[in-house]
Design a protein around this ligand. Sequence first.
Ligand code: UD1
Length: 421
Amino acid sequence: MPLWSVTGGKELKGSLEIQGSKNAVLPILAASVVGGGVSRITQSPMLRDVDASLEILRHLGCGVMQNRGEILIQSDGMDQNRIPHALMLKMRSSVMYLGAILARCGEVRLSAPGGCELGSRPIDLHLKALKALGAEISESGGEVCCRAKKLTGAHINLDFPSVGATENVMLAACAAEGTTVLTNAAREPEIADLQRFLNAKGASIRGAGSPEIRIDGFSPKPYTEHSVLPDRIAAATYLCAAAAAGGDVRLTRVIPEHVETVLTALRQMGCAIVVDQDGIRLRRDGPMHAARPVITRPYPGFPTDAQALLMAASLRAEGTSVFVENIFESRFRHVPEMRRLGADVRTEGRVAMVCGVKTLLGAPVTATDLRGGAAMVLAGLSAEGETRVFDSGHIERGYERFDECLGAFGAEVKRLEAPQE
Ligand code: UD1
């Protein structure tokens, strides 16, 4: 298991191209089975979650080839509709296979998905929506079974704009007769990327990125090409890294609009940010101050996935920084780890309060989840001495070559193997 050794106190300088989006490619990989055919996906990030999804595709009977960021999937030979528990456990987004396999086979069986533990992560909204399309749902032995002789278009209103439920509806509705109208849909950029992929595959979907999405069926095409969107959370991570450590960095292959709320907070904290055609440049050479309260909300609000990252950048900011986590319960598990470095952070329910300290001191800490783990590496960059982040594998679920990317800015981050106990 990896152990990240971070030596802090060095300013970051340099330029970095942002990886393809994890949260965009995962539903796209699941979507590759809808309607069969060959999909060529480029700009895919090389991540453990992507490997887990490719393993699922192989298990389902698809042919899969991968050459770095390029993935070829031949899904005509798919002959399975059940995902074993061991494969499901590897990541949360395996739940996307619910809608995708249902659309392809009319029946799907899988167990509760794995992924980061961020409090209870139910899938009731997914199941309710699939039911509305005509699926029969049963549960036994820890497995969910969705079956439909025929799926029929429906008007579905989500009680909460869940990203995963929105994507599952888009996938399943491709196989429905008639039009599906989804309201209160999630508006994350990754949903628009899924729409682009499905439409290239032969679907007729409009509205992704807005709260209303219309799905008008599907006429399959034998070959689809798609280049994955840049990862806005990876971009936010490297921006927060430069804010935490200070310095002058440039990010390329990034869509500034997708990180607008993070840029706003970083500007409030005293970073100079310039957005131009080639990307984003961030400079921070003076002291930082607390930003206005950061409240996580569905897109276009401040992303929950960037909460821990911005908190890491706030630990030494003058004044009191306030974070309100509205999306997930239990998403402050990084806080006790931050305290080990000398940070002054308190939590009360969904609110965390950071009182900026002058110095942080390197210490051994744990990566509690994917973004929380990355946040500890960032905190280590602004601490004196060495911080060792013990990680059971979370960070590589979402970051490609994390040590090398931070190294491109001159940061001293090494990926070591933790000794087995
Ligand atoms: C996706 C992202 C994740 C991000 C999250 C919120 C992927 C692979 N993951 O996760 O990185 O943090 O969006 O932006 O894209 N909920 C229910 N019932 C459901 C579904 C969700 O109560 O059936 C609740 C969840 O428990 C959570 C909230 O809704 O509190 C948001 O979840 P959702 O938007 O579905 O997140 P994911 O799709 O799991």
